[in-house]
Design a protein around this ligand. Structure first.
Ligand SMILES: [Zn+2]
Ligand SMILES: [Zn+2]
Length: 265
């Protein structure tokens, strides 16, 4: 199984997950051109994608969807409310209705030899989900755009081999920053985004010896930077109530404008 962040951040998200026989994208929130270039850089072709899994309808997750769907006729998987919200989003343009496949939280489905398990997250969108993707005895999780986590989410992230986890903002940078009050409240709220601290705390609850690939993602351009996200998450892990130290795990930060390495899971 392979896993790669094509880009991740508040300005665009696209994650590749593939097996020998199947290739998926989780979100396509940047231009079709940049997605194609990103996939080419890891030796994958856009035409070979078997599906696009959409987490929710915000533009940083669907910006390239119209172009890719029209050009390659790739099936699009999303919850019913997300599909409706995407259709109402004018910049998407015309997408063939038959490409939309409705999915349901907690109802896993298969795309070739990959099992996809969507589960609900709390975010200010119509019906957002995160995805766990299983192949043989391996699994990866992509979890971004959530205001908080609970036992339900922690349960869905047990036993992962790889994860891309949101570390959106530093609470202090956000609070003293230039965002208007309502936007700060939205980001900090239950349907907003995970702070670096909360990313670290969530990571502590899903750490186990087999979790070998950890990427922090969806960093805010205004209210975070890579070193700060990394250091904050590492100190939560090291100081947290678990047997581990941050240096026991290779924790990486997914970049906003270039692909990560292609991880073999
Ligand atoms: Zn969002
Ligand atoms: Zn987002």
């Amino acid at each position: 199984m392979n896993f790669c962040s094509i880009t991740s951040g508040s300005s665009g998200n696209c994650i590749y997950v593939g097996s020998e026989h199947a290739s998926l994208l989780v979100d396509v929130g940047l231009s079709g051109k940049r997605i194609e270039a990103g996939l080419n850089s890891i030796d994958r072709k856009t035409a070979e994608m078997d599906g696009i899994l959409i987490t929710h309808e915000h533009s940083d997750h669907i910006k390239g969807l119209g172009v890719l769907a029209r050009k390659y006729q790739i099936p699009i998987y999303a919850t019913g409310a997300t599909i409706e919200a995407m259709k109402a989003y004018t910049p998407l343009g015309k997408v063939d209705d038959s490409l939309f496949c409705e999915i349901y939280p907690d109802e896993p489905f298969c795309i070739k030899d990959l099992e996809v398990a969507p589960f609900s997250i709390s975010h200010d969108a119509a019906d957002p989900v995160a995805y766990r993707i299983n192949h043989e005895n391996k699994s990866v999780g992509v979890i971004t755009d959530l205001g908080h986590y609970n036992d339900y989410i922690v349960d869905h992230l047990q036993g992962l081999d790889g994860v891309l986890l949101e570390a959106n903002h530093d609470i202090n940078m956000l609070q003293v920053g230039s965002y208007p009050y309502y936007l700060k409240q939205r980001i900090l709220g239950n349907r907003g985004h995970l702070s670096n601290e909360n990313a670290g705390r969530l990571l502590c609850r899903i750490l186990h010896d087999g979790l070998k690939t950890i990427m922090l993602g969806h960093l805010s351009r205004e209210n975070n930077y890579e070193e700060l996200a990394y250091e904050t998450v590492c100190s939560e892990v090291t100081l947290g109530e678990n047997p581990y130290k941050a240096k026991d795990f290779p924790i990486r930060v997914a970049h906003r404008d270039e692909p990560s390495e292609l991880f073999a899971i």
